[in-house]
Design a protein around this ligand. Structure first.
Ligand SMILES: [Zn+2]
Ligand SMILES: [Zn+2]
Ligand SMILES: [Zn+2]
Length: 322
């Protein structure tokens, strides 16, 4: 059973999906996402299919409890997709050949456009949880897409800030951040002609990196073909840097922040955020009391130092797309 329950103290929705308790653990000797499993096509390149344990569905499930005007309850209308990046079990995002990675970007875009046209969908969140450190139950390289009936609170907060900044200064908040980072340069990790990757001034995680489109645009469906290629390239560079710096397949959470799919948000700016959970090869950064209950992140590293480490790791920065 799934439903949305309203938290009146934080003014945000919580998604309850009790059937997700039955999600499988990591299979030891068999992978349902590998060709030949009977679960996926025997020949695929990038493959999208519905999640077996969705938090959102169309039509939605009947909520397990009745709400009232104070404790509001809404059905969990939406879609949850799994995106298999490659048929090979070991080929993770940084190892994808450029043409394949560009194809992945175009597949994301195509699915984004389909979900945007689906009634009841207000936000499409494309993301990847990578590595056992994040609790990933299937090691086969894959990401996910959640199509929400609401705007997730963190995105909502960014939208509110961007709108306020636009009203006061008549310019995009994110374009200003990008300008500031490029003028300073100390926190830039990689850059090509269409995207800039940097550890933000206000990073919450030691190796947090944001990728901003250099051109002001709101979502994937506004990318030109050459920008799609450039996005694939910077994703490859950044994730290779993570793997090279730590000499391991580096775990991360990757989220694409795009404009909502209903209404007009001309002041919002497409970007991707990476939150790696490690602070060193073997040490996890835990979200403890101050982060979880206070909402203030304690980052025990300097963004400038971490950016320098990543910038100095191959592949080198500021290479142009061929
Ligand atoms: Zn597999
Ligand atoms: Zn902008
Ligand atoms: Zn963001």
């Amino acid at each position: 059973m799934t439903e949305l329950r309203w938290n009146p103290t934080l003014r945000e929705w919580v998604s309850t999906a009790s059937h997700r308790q039955n999600r499988p653990l990591m299979p030891q000797d068999w992978c349902p996402f590998c060709p030949g499993s009977g679960r996926v096509p025997d020949n695929y390149n990038v493959y999208i299919f519905p999640n077996d344990f969705p938090a959102f569905s169309i039509p939605p499930e009947v909520p397990s409890i009745d709400g009232d005007e104070f404790y509001r309850v809404k059905p969990s209308v939406g879609k949850c997709d799994v995106v298999l990046y490659h048929p090979d079990h070991q080929t993770s995002l940084p190892e994808l050949p450029m043409a394949h990675l560009t194809h992945l970007v175009r597949t994301w875009r195509k699915r984004f456009v389909e979900l945007k046209a689906t009634p009841g969908i207000h936000y499409v969140l494309i993301f990847e949880n990578k590595g056992a450190a994040i609790g990933v139950t299937m090691p086969h390289p894959h990401g996910q897409i959640y199509a929400f009936p609401l705007i997730p609170p963190l995105v909502k907060k960014e939208l509110d800030s961007a709108r306020a900044h636009y009203r006061s200064y008549h310019r995009c908040l994110f374009c200003r951040i990008l300008e500031k980072e490029r003028q300073d340069g100390r926190r830039i990790v990689a850059e090509n002609r269409a995207f800039t990757a940097f550890v933000p001034f206000y990073a919450r995680w030691p190796y947090e990196v944001h990728i901003y489109s250099r051109r002001h645009l709101g979502a994937l469906d506004q990318l030109t073909p050459s920008e799609e290629k450039a996005l694939a390239e910077i994703l490859k560079w950044l994730t290779l840097k993570y793997d090279h710096l730590f000499q391991m397949s580096f775990p991360y959470m990757m989220l694409m922040h795009q404009a909502p799919t209903r209404g007009r948000y001309p002041y919002y700016h497409f970007h991707i955020e990476f939150y790696p959970p490690l602070r060193s090869k073997k040490k996890l950064k835990y979200l403890a009391s101050v982060e979880t209950g206070g909402g203030t992140f304690l980052n025990d590293s300097l963004a400038e130092e971490k950016a320098r480490e990543l910038a100095a790791t191959s592949p080198r920065t500021r290479r142009e797309v061929a």
